[in-house]
Design a protein around this ligand. Structure first.
Ligand code: SAM
Ligand code: SF4
Length: 410
C-alpha cells in the first residue's frame, strides 16, 4: 500500500456509502484487508504506510501505540458491519498486511480475524493470509496463528544473498526465510508464499539465480517476484542520487524476469499474474485475485483503501489520526471517489491485462483495439487468444506490460 493518498470527496462521519454501491452486493465476493502499520526498522527501499517506534514517538501519543491497535481494527470491522448492513455474504478472503503484522502478538492477529468472523462470518473455504517478516516469527507463534484460523502465510524473503539483503536493509539472515517455510508447513499452513525482489543495486544474474533456487528449494506453493522500484523520498533513492549505489536499468530487469520465468517453469510453477507464480490453482492468492477482478473489499487500518460497488475510499494515513477518529466514533475514511463507467473500464484493462487470462478485447475502444493489433504484430500479445477475443500477454509482452497497458487504455 503506497503511502501517498489521493484527493477526493469527504467520507461522512458514519462512513455510509451511496445506496448504489450496495446494489447487487450479494453477487460479488467480499474480502477484508487489515493493515498493520508498524515495522521494527524501515527498509531503505520501502514506501509503504508503516512506522517504526522512533517515527511514532511524540506524533500520536498513546493512541498510536501498538498495544491497543488490534482493538482499533476490531472497531473498524464493527463499523464495516454497520455500513454494509445486513450483507448476506460470508467473507471469502482476509489478508493481514503491512508493515509487519508479525510485530503484533499472534493473539492480536487472531483477535482481528475473529472480529471478521463474528461480524460477517467466513466462507467455509475462506483464504486467510498474513504477511510475516522472517525474523519475527517462531514455531509457537506460527502454531497460534494456525490454530486461530490463518491458513496462508507470506514471508518477505527478497534475496538469499547477504550483500543484497544489506543494500535492502533487511534484518534477517540468509537461510531464515527458507527455514520459515518449513516451520509454517510444520504448523499446518496449507499455503506459503515467498516475496522476492530482483534488480537490487549490486545484484548479479548469478545472485538472482541463487535466490530463485533457494526460494524454490524451500517448498513454497507461491512466489511473488518484484522488480525493485526506487520510490521517491526513500533512503535508497537518496543513496542512488548521491552516487553511493548504482541504479539498475530496465534491460537488467528484463533479463532477471526471464531468468525467473525459466526457473519457475522448470520447478512446476506457472505464472497467473505478471509478478506471481503458483504450483497449482489452489496455490494462487485469491485475495489478490479479488482486487484484480474488481470485487468488493474493505481495507481496515491507517491509509488502507477499500472498494465496494464502484466506490473507492481510503483511510487517514497516520496511526494517531486513525485511532483518534475511531475513539470519537467517526469513520477513519479520509476521502473517496465514485468511479465512472470509464474509470472502471480503464481499471479493468490495467489489472486484467496483467493476468494470465488477459482482458476481453470487447471493452477496448477503437484506438485501444488498433494498439492491440500493433502489439500482436510486435509479438507482445498471444495470437490464439486474440483470435478468441482476448488480449493476453506473451512472455515478451510481460516484460513490457506497463507499456502495452498504456496503449490499450486509449
Ligand atoms: C508490505 S511489503 C512486506 C511484508 C513484510 N513487511 C516484509 O517486508 O517482509 C510486501 C512486499 O512488497 C515488496 N516491496 C516493497 N517495497 C518494494 C519496492 N520498492 N520495490 C519492489 N518491491 C517492493 C517486497 O517484496 C515485500 O515483501
Ligand atoms: S519490513 Fe516490509 S513493510 Fe517494513 S519497511 Fe521493510 S519492506 Fe517495508
Amino acid at each position: 500500500m503506497p503511502s501517498v493518498l489521493p484527493d477526493g470527496e469527504t467520507v461522512p462521519d458514519d462512513g455510509a456509502l451511496p445506496p448504489h454501491a450496495l446494489e447487487g452486493a450479494g453477487e460479488r465476493p467480499l474480502g477484508f484487508y487489515l493493515h498493520v502499520p508498524y515495522c521494527a526498522t524501515r527498509c531503505g527501499y520501502c514506501d509503504f504506510n508503516t512506522y517504526t517506534a522512533g517515527e511514532l514517538r511524540g506524533t500520536g501519543g498513546v493512541l498510536a501505540s501498538r498495544d491497543n491497535y488490534a482493538e482499533q481494527v476490531v472497531e473498524e470491522i464493527r463499523l464495516a458491519r454497520k455500513v454494509l448492513g445486513d450483507d448476506p455474504r460470508p467473507v471469502r478472503t482476509v489478508f493481514v498486511g503491512g508493515g509487519t503484522p508479525t510485530l503484533l502478538a499472534a493473539g492480536d492477529l487472531v483477535r482481528m480475524l475473529a472480529a471478521v468472523r463474528e461480524e460477517f462470518g467466513l466462507a467455509d473455504d475462506a483464504e486467510v493470509t498474513t504477511e510475516a517478516n522472517p525474523d519475527s516469527v517462531n514455531p509457537a507463534y506460527l502454531a497460534e496463528l494456525r490454530a486461530g484460523g490463518f491458513n496462508r502465510i507470506s514471508f518477505g524473503m527478497q534475496s538469499a544473498k547477504q550483500h543484497v539483503l544489506k543494500i535492502l536493509d533487511r534484518t534477517h539472515t540468509p537461510g531464515r526465510p527458507e527455514a520459515c517455510v518449513g516451520e509454517a508447513r510444520d504448523a499446518g499452513f496449507e499455503h506459503v508464499n515467498l516475496d522476492l525482489i530482483y534488480g537490487t543495486p549490486g545484484e548479479t544474474d548469478d545472485d538472482w539465480r541463487a535466490s530463485l533456487d533457494a526460494a524454490i528449494g524451500a517448498g513454497p506453493d507461491h512466489v511473488s517476484a518484484y522488480a525493485l522500484i526506487v520510490e521517491e523520498g526513500t533512503q535508497l533513492a537518496r543513496r542512488i542520487r548521491r552516487g553511493e549505489v548504482p541504479m539498475t536499468d530496465d534491460d537488467v530487469h528484463a533479463d532477471r524476469y526471464l531468468i525467473a520465468e525459466e526457473a519457475f517453469e522448470k520447478a512446476g510453477f506457472s505464472w497467473y499474474e505478471v509478478s506471481n507464480w503458483a504450483t497449482s490453482e489452489a496455490g494462487r492468492c485469491l485475495h489478490n485475485e479479488l482486487y484484480w477482478r474488481g470485487a468488493d473489499w474493505w481495507g481496515a487500518g491507517p491509509g488502507a483503501h477499500s472498494h465496494v460497488g464502484g466506490v473507492r475510499w481510503w483511510n487517514v494515513k497516520h496511526p494517531g489520526a486513525y485511532a483518534a477518529a475511531l475513539a470519537e466514533g467517526r469513520s477513519p475514511g479520509a476521502g473517496r471517489e465514485i468511479l465512472s463507467e470509464e474509470d472502471r473500464r480503464v481499471e479493468r484493462i490495467l489489472l486484467e491485462l496483467r493476468l494470465r487470462d488477459g482482458v476481453e478485447l470487447s471493452i477496448l475502444k477503437p484506438a485501444g483495439l488498433a494498439a492491440a493489433g500493433r502489439a500482436l504484430s510486435d509479438g507482445l500479445l498471444d495470437p490464439a487468444a486474440h483470435e478468441a477475443g482476448r488480449a493476453v500477454l506473451t512472455l515478451r509482452g510481460r516484460l513490457l506490460a506497463d507499456a502495452v497497458v498504456r496503449d490499450l487504455v486509449d
